[in-house]
Design a protein around this ligand. Structure first.
Ligand code: TNX
Length: 510
C-alpha cells in the first residue's frame, strides 16, 4: 500500500495547471538530499527543514543544482540579481520579472527519481515551497509518497493581502510573526497594518514621543483593553521577518479622520488647541486633523517621512476613510497636500476609496471597502488609469460574524460565511472596475471585538483561504465544491500548527 497523502491538485490556492501522472509517484526514502543553486540557499534550507520535520529523517544538502532527490532550480536572469543594484534578492518583491512573467510563477515536477521546484526568482521558489508543503503530511509520518506529475502556477493578481487592526487592539511582534507564518502558506503576499486610529497609536515616531507614550499606553484600544506599541526597531524587525517570507508590509497612518488619540497626545493639532479626552468606544467619524493649520502638515510630513524610512516596500496607506467631521472642501485640501508626500518619500499612496473624491497622483491606489453595488468615484479613478484594491466588506471583511452564533465580530456588512467569501469575483464587483484595473484583493481584519491571537485566527481562518484563492486562481478554474473539499483537508494542518480556526459547519472537516 502506498501512503499517498495527497492528490497533486489538493492545494489552496488551486494552481493554474495540474497534470497528475499516477505512474510517477515519488516515495520518500532514507537517503534524502536537497540541492540548489547557491542563490537559493535559503530556500534549500527551508525545504530541508520541512523534510526533516515531516520525515523524521536526516536530510543532506548537496552542491550542484540537480544532484539531490529534491532539486531547487532558479531559471533565467534571476541568478544575476546580486549584480543588479536596484533588486535586492532578500526583498525581491517586484510583481514581474524582466521577461514579463509574474515573479511568483513556479513549476513543480514530481517523478519517481526526484522532486524539482523551479522558478525565475526566489519569490517563485517560495511559492513552490508553500505548494509542496500542502502535498506533504502535516504530521511526521513513516511512509510518505508524493503524487507524480507536474504543476505550473502563477498568480492572477499581484496583490493578495490581509490587514490587522493594531489600533483598536494591539497585537505584539510575536502574534504578528505567527500571523505572517500562517498567511504566507496561503500565498498571501501583503500584510497591511492599521497602525493608528481614534483609540490608539502603535508605532513610535521620532520627535513625537507622546504619540506612543499616550497612544500606546495603558487604557488604549477599544474598552481600554488593547495597550501597546511597536518600537521602530520592532517594526523594522517585523518588516524583515515578513520580507523573508515574501510578505510586504503596508503601513497605514489613518488621516484626516480617525485621529482622536493624536489630538489627545498633542492638543495643538485640534482646531482650537484645546485638549480632547481619550476615547475607547468604537464610534467612527468624529475626529479630524485640521486642513487649515500649518502644524497639521508639519506633523503629517514627519510621520510620513519616518514611516517611509522604516518601510522598504513600495506602499504607504494614508487611510482617508469615514472623515465625516472633515468638511468636503477641507478633505480635498488636506489630501492635495498629503498624497504627494508619499511620493516625496518614495512611496505609492494607497487610501480607502473615499480618496477618489480628491485629486489623485497617477500612482495612487483607492481601496474599495463598502458594500454598495457601484461606486462612481472608484469607477472614475479606474477610468483615469488608477489601480484599485478590492475589499468589499460583504465579501472580504474578516471582522464580520460568520453566522448569527459567532461569538466575535460585527455585522454591519451582513454575515460572512465561507462560501460567501469565496463565491464572488473582484473583476465584476464594481461597474467600471474590471480585471485590468485591479491590483488585487485584500481581506481586512478590524479588531474592535478581538482580544488575542486566538481571536485573530478564529476570524481569519478559514475565510482568508477563500480570499487567497480568489486572488490567485484563474476565475474560470474556481469552483466552490472543489474549494470546499480541499479546505476540509487544511483543517488537520491548521490543528497541527495550533491555529484556532473556525470549524464552520459549511465544511465537512477531515
Ligand atoms: C469601517 S472599513 C471602518 C473601520 C471599522 C470597520 C469595522 C473602514 C475603512 N473603516 O473604522 O473598524 O468598519 O468593520
Amino acid at each position: 500500500m502506498q501512503a499517498l497523502t495527497r492528490q497533486l491538485g489538493d492545494v489552496i490556492p488551486l494552481p493554474v495547471s495540474v497534470r497528475p501522472d499516477p505512474a510517477a509517484n515519488f516515495r520518500i526514502s532514507s537517503d534524502l538530499s536537497v540541492s540548489a543553486a547557491p542563490e537559493a540557499a535559503d530556500l534549500a534550507e527551508q525545504l530541508a527543514e520541512l523534510l526533516r520535520r515531516v520525515t523524521g529523517r536526516p536530510v543532506s544538502r548537496t552542491s550542484g543544482e540537480d544532484a539531490g532527490s529534491f532539486r531547487i532550480l532558479l531559471d533565467g536572469y534571476d541568478k544575476n540579481l546580486d549584480q543588479n543594484p536596484d533588486q535586492n534578492p532578500d526583498q525581491n518583491l517586484d510583481a514581474y520579472d524582466r521577461s514579463g512573467k509574474p515573479a511568483e510563477a513556479y513549476a513543480i515536477e514530481i517523478n519517481p527519481e526526484s522532486v524539482t521546484l523551479r522558478a525565475g526568482s526566489n519569490q517563485g521558489l517560495f511559492a513552490a515551497l508553500q505548494t509542496l508543503r500542502q502535498l506533504l503530511p502535516e504530521e511526521p509520518a513513516d511512509e510518505i509518497v508524493l503524487p507524480g506529475g507536474r504543476i505550473e502556477d502563477e498568480p492572477r493578481f499581484a496583490y493578495r493581502g490581509t490587514m490587522l487592526d493594531l489600533a483598536r487592539h494591539f497585537f505584539g511582534p510575536a502574534d504578528i510573526r505567527s500571523f505572517i507564518d500562517s498567511i504566507a502558506q496561503l500565498k498571501i503576499n501583503h500584510l497591511h497594518l492599521h497602525l493608528t486610529d481614534d483609540q490608539g497609536w502603535r508605532l513610535e515616531i521620532p520627535g513625537w514621543p507622546r504619540l506612543t507614550e499616550v497612544g500606546g499606553g495603558p487604557g488604549t484600544g477599544v474598552d481600554g483593553a488593547g495597550p501597546g506599541f511597536l518600537t521602530m526597531q520592532e517594526y523594522a524587525d517585523l518588516v524583515a521577518y515578513a520580507a523573508a517570507r515574501y510578505v510586504t508590509i503596508v503601513p497605514e497612518i489613518d488621516m484626516p479622520g480617525h485621529v482622536n488619540i493624536v489630538q489627545v497626545a498633542y492638543p495643538e493639532l485640534t482646531a482650537d488647541g484645546r485638549p480632547v479626552p481619550p476615547r475607547t468606544d468604537a464610534e467612527v467619524g468624529y475626529s479630524s486633523l485640521v486642513a487649515g493649520k500649518e502644524e497639521t502638515y508639519a506633523f503629517v510630513e514627519d510621520v510620513i517621512r519616518a514611516v517611509s524610512d522604516l518601510t522598504p516596500g513600495p506602499y504607504l496607506h494614508i487611510g482617508g476613510d469615514e472623515a465625516f467631521s472633515t468638511p468636503p472642501e477641507d478633505y480635498r485640501t488636506f489630501l492635495r497636500r498629503v498624497l504627494p508626500l508619499a511620493g516625496k518619500y518614495g512611496k505609492r499612496a494607497i487610501g480607502w476609496h473615499e480618496i477618489a473624491a480628491a485629486d489623485l497622483p497617477p500612482t495612487a491606489i483607492p481601496q474599495y471597502w463598502r458594500i454598495e453595488p457601484a461606486d462612481g468615484g472608484v469607477a472614475q479613478a479606474a477610468a483615469a488609469g488608477h489601480q484599485v484594491i478590492m475589499s468589499p466588506a460583504d465579501r472580504t471583511y474578516l471582522d464580520m460574524k460568520y453566522d448569527r452564533d459567532s461569538p466575535l465580530g460585527l455585522d454591519w456588512a451582513g454575515l460572512l460565511g465561507v462560501e460567501r467569501a469565496y463565491d464572488w469575483d473582484p473583476a465584476d464587483r464594481l461597474p467600471g472596475v474590471g480585471e485590468e484595473s485591479l491590483l488585487g484583493v485584500e481581506a481586512p481584519l478590524w479588531s474592535e471585538t478581538l482580544r488575542s491571537l486566538a481571536d485573530v485566527q478564529f476570524m481569519a481562518f478559514p475565510r482568508l483561504a477563500a480570499i487567497a484563492e480568489v486572488g490567485w486562481t484563474p476565475r474560470a478554474d474556481r469552483e466552490w465544491r472543489s474549494f470546499r473539499a480541499r479546505l476540509a483537508a487544511l483543517g488537520p494542518r491548521w490543528t497541527a500548527q495550533g491555529i484556532n480556526f473556525h470549524r464552520s459547519p459549511e465544511i465537512d472537516w477531515l
